[in-house]
Design a protein around this ligand. Structure first.
Ligand code: ADP
Ligand code: MG
Ligand code: ZN
Length: 477
């Protein structure tokens, strides 16, 4: 039996207005090399200056994961020669990162949580982009110098499920903190997966392989599964030492396999040394104060939703997994929706319809205010649950309309007025004298028949609770 050991390195692109060491914008540029200046082009004599917004955002992350936020941190040069880096080194934080020793709690399928240690989170500059066209290559440095935060986990994960749960929690967290768009397709949330196996019971870790730049949760799962299988087979075939090296591998999405990219560099290969152009980064009290301004994070929300609204753990996890969903839910409550009903209408009715339409919650044609009001109208008997589904169907196709007006227009207003319901009941009873006699003679089952007839005569608009109560009143008189 073998045990899988996984540690993750995640690069999060910070959503600052300007680059990490110069004032070039990080926004989309209409042509190549537009967002550049002497500093990010690494022209001689140009000096870097640390971006305060990037530092505060990294610090905010640190506080969110219960880490030590270092009031003094330093920058190092990591040397490598490649056309996308005109300075031939990357500025990063090796010896003293701004954030050290944190933790993230992941949610496992059985409902429990597991603590995953975070070794550090450090600031570093992104490289530019090489574009290969036929016989020649071009370099675009718009992205060069964009701030990244690299979050390095402890090798605490023991399965691909745990690795994916960690990535999802991290993704959710940086989005709640509003420090990154964390868009995996666009590369603002990239991850390297370190995987090793060891015989169960063995204390020493096996040889780790690093799989680079996997851009979806599904690929993370597949790459780990493939790599674990490869390493275990090598072990069982007695060729572990020959087959499993500390190396960098690539996930080939087409072939569904990892393949060797290059031997793993040792730290010495990078000739790390302190950047002589940058003084230590010393944070001010004002920066600390700003970084500590924190939204309510998913774990706290789950706890509060369960305590305050009495909703199920599973539902709370679903709703808080994405900040837009949580904020949508909270807005529904603010509109007077009852929490438990709001959960159902959000997670099954609305999400079901959005799913079918291929839409995300933030693209919903029905706003939280509107759905919240609809749910409140069910609670006050203006419309039945069944009628409300029709109203929601209508609203999915017709944006921005008043809930009450739609209920009336579709003729779905529920009749709760005693007089109106009694008039229908009396007519039904008068037309079914024989059945009334049988009921009074002890045939209780006929009660359902009267309810059905009344509902039908009202074309479904009568409030079923009222129908029941008034029928009992009339029949037992
Ligand atoms: P490097 O910077 O060279 O990639 P680090 O020492 O920073 O190396 O470790 C990178 C990642 O590898 C960390 O996330 C760590 O948890 C993980 N890791 C270290 N040893 C192992 C191992 N034996 N198996 C799996 N992951 C490991
Ligand atoms: Mg690494
Ligand atoms: Zn610049």
């Amino acid at each position: 039996m073998f045990e899988t050991v996984i540690g993750l390195e995640v690069h999060v692109q910070l959503n600052t207005k300007t680059k990490l060491f110069c004032s070039c914008p990080t926004s989309f540029a209409e042509h190549q090399n537009k967002n550049t200046c002497p500093t990010c082009l690494a022209l001689p004599g140009a000096l870097p200056v640390v971006n305060k917004e990037a530092a505060v955002k990294a610090m905010r992350f640190g506080y969110a994961v219960n880490a030590n936020v270092n009031h003094t941190s330093t920058f190092d040069r990591k040397s490598y020669f490649y056309p996308d880096s005109p300075s031939a080194y990357q500025i990063t934080q090796l010896s003293k990162a701004i954030v050290q020793k944190g933790e993230l709690f992941i949610d496992l399928k059985d409902g429990s949580q597991k603590r995953i240690g975070i070794i550090q989170a450090h600031l570093e500059a992104d490289a530019g982009k090489n574009m290969h066209e036929g016989n020649y290559s071009k370099v675009d440095l718009n992205r060069a110098g964009t701030p990244l935060m690299e979050i390095v986990s402890e090798p605490d994960m023991r399965s691909s499920d745990e690795a994916v749960a960690y990535l999802k929690k991290l993704h959710t967290t940086v989005r709640y903190l509003d420090i990154s768009d964390a868009n995996m397709q666009e590369g603002s949330f990239r991850c390297d997966v370190n995987v090793s196996v060891r015989p169960k019971g063995q204390e020493a870790f096996g040889t780790r392989v690093e799989i680079k730049n996997i851009n979806s949760f599904r690929f993370v799962e597949q790459a780990i599964a493939y790599e674990v299988q490869r390493q275990i087979e090598a072990y069982e075939d007695g060729i572990y030492a020959q087959e499993v090296h500390q190396e960098t591998r690539l996930w080939d999405t087409e072939k569904g396999e990892t393949r060797s990219m290059r031997g793993k560099e040792e730290a010495a290969d990078y000739r790390y040394f302190p950047d002589p152009d940058l003084r230590p980064l010393i944070v001010t009290d004002a920066m600390i104060e700003e970084a500590k301004v924190m939204p309510e994070l998913p774990d706290a929300k789950v706890k509060r939703y369960m305590e305050e609204f009495g909703i199920k753990h599973y539902d709370a996890l679903v709703i808080t997994a994405k900040k837009e969903l949580a904020y949508y839910f909270e807005e529904m409550i603010a509109q007077g929706a009852v929490a438990k009903t709001a959960v159902t209408w959000l997670t099954s009715e609305l999400l079901g319809r959005l799913n079918k339409a291929g839409l995300e919650i933030e693209q919903s044609p029905v706003s939280a205010q509107t759905l919240g009001e609809l749910v409140a109208r069910i609670a006050d008997d203006t419309v039945s649950g069944k009628g409300a589904k029709e109203v929601l169907d209508y609203m999915m196709e017709n944006e921005g309309r008043d809930v009450r007006a739609i209920i009336d227009e579709l003729g779905l207003a529920q009749v709760s007025d005693d007089g109106a319901i009694l008039a229908i009941i009396d007519e039904i009873l008068a037309n079914n004298q024989d059945k009334v006699e049988q009921y009074k003679g002890g045939k209780d089952k006929l009660f359902g028949f009267f309810v059905g007839q009344t509902m039908k005569a009202s074309r479904g608009s009568a409030n079923p609770g009222k129908v029941n109560a008034l029928l009992k009143q009339r029949l037992n008189a």
